[in-house]
Design a binder for this molecule. Structure first.
Ligand code: BDR
Ligand code: CA
Length: 317
């Protein structure tokens, strides 16, 4: 199985992704690191600890950054999507836990695990990329020792899909664009599972309802915590269901063949109205230009197509 460290901000779709990591036979979850994003890091850490118990896991949870690399004057949390508690108002449904966070900061745990198992670890990052950037800053040598970084993030403007926070920026990227740019340009292999593909995978309300009848306490829990999330989508896109963005990134780890990819260096716009936009030079158009912002950056993989039914089937299974 693939050995995974999961960097997350639970988060309704984060919880769905974690459940797959907990149960999929092809995945071996080694540790969880938490970060700001859908809620403050104290909240996402509390959620992660409670989910670990509820899902019957026994893995360390290390708390990470509570703000972007460049601290922001004003914080914004998407309560209209994930609720104040980060879990659609469903956090009180989780049994109380006495589990404590690992004493190390998230970046330290990431560096320790990678250095202890060179070539083995896949980092699955489904939140702002602050912890990964801090790990790279503290120990740039980890880049050569990671098997793969699979991240949910970005909007590459394919098929007319733009961002979900600004017309060009996706949430995980705009919550720390400087960190995202470091992660995309570091010499490790990155696969981006962005909105261009996660918004092709609708989880119908009827599927979640049927799981609540046949997937035990976890199926019931997912039904409850997705009601608030569903109302958000009903009021926005009316897609007859919801997007389980982060779960799509986990499916990539077990079924990469279900994703069509294109290769090329990726940069993140840091200034002005394009801040947070992810741009891949997949045609190598600027290779020759000494001023090219992509020059010398490693080619990374961006997912551009997906077998949506396969993603739903893996989740259901
Ligand atoms: C991403 O942002 C968060 O709200 C979700 O958990 C997901 O990781 C989608 O843009
Ligand atoms: Ca997330």
């Amino acid at each position: 199985p693939r050995t995974v460290i999961f960097d997350t901000d639970p988060g309704i779709d984060d919880a769905m992704a974690l459940w797959m990591l907990a149960r999929h036979p092809a995945l071996d979850l080694r540790a969880i690191t938490t970060v700001h994003g859908n809620a403050p890091v104290a909240t996402t850490t509390r959620n992660a600890l409670a989910l670990v118990d509820f899902f019957g896991l026994d893995v360390p949870v290390a708390m990470g950054a509570d703000d972007a690399l460049l601290p922001r004057l004003q914080r914004f949390f998407p309560t209209q999507v994930h609720h104040e508690d980060g879990l659609g108002g469903g956090a009180p449904l989780l049994p109380p836990t006495s589990r404590r966070p690992d004493p190390r900061p998230a970046w330290q745990l990431i560096c320790d695990e990678i250095n202890a198992a060179p070539g083995e670890i896949t980092l699955v990052a489904v939140a702002p990329l602050t912890n990964l950037a801090l790990a790279l800053r503290h120990d740039p040598g980890i880049a050569a020792k990671v098997r793969e970084v699979v991240l949910m993030g970005g909007a590459f403007g394919l098929y007319g899909h733009g961002g979900n926070v600004t017309p060009v920026a996706e949430a995980n990227i705009i919550n720390d664009p400087e960190a995202a740019d470091l992660v995309f340009t570091a010499p490790w292999p990155v696969v981006a599972v962005g909105l261009d593909v996660t918004q092709q995978v609708v989880m119908p309300e009827s599927l979640l309802q049927s799981l609540s009848g046949r997937a035990g306490a976890v199926g019931d829990f997912f039904w409850e915590i997705t009601r608030h999330y569903q109302r958000y989508y009903d009021g926005r896109d009316a897609i007859g269901g919801l997007y389980a963005h982060d779960a799509s990134a986990v499916v990539y780890c077990v079924a990469p063949e279900a994703f069509e990819r294109r290769s090329g260096p990726v940069r993140v716009a840091l200034d002005g109205i394009a801040r947070g936009q992810t741009i891949q030079d997949h045609l190598g158009l600027f290779d020759e230009s000494p001023e090219s912002p992509w020059r010398g950056c490693p080619a990374q993989q961006v997912c551009v197509g997906v077998d949506a039914q396969r993603v739903r089937d893996e989740f259901t299974r």
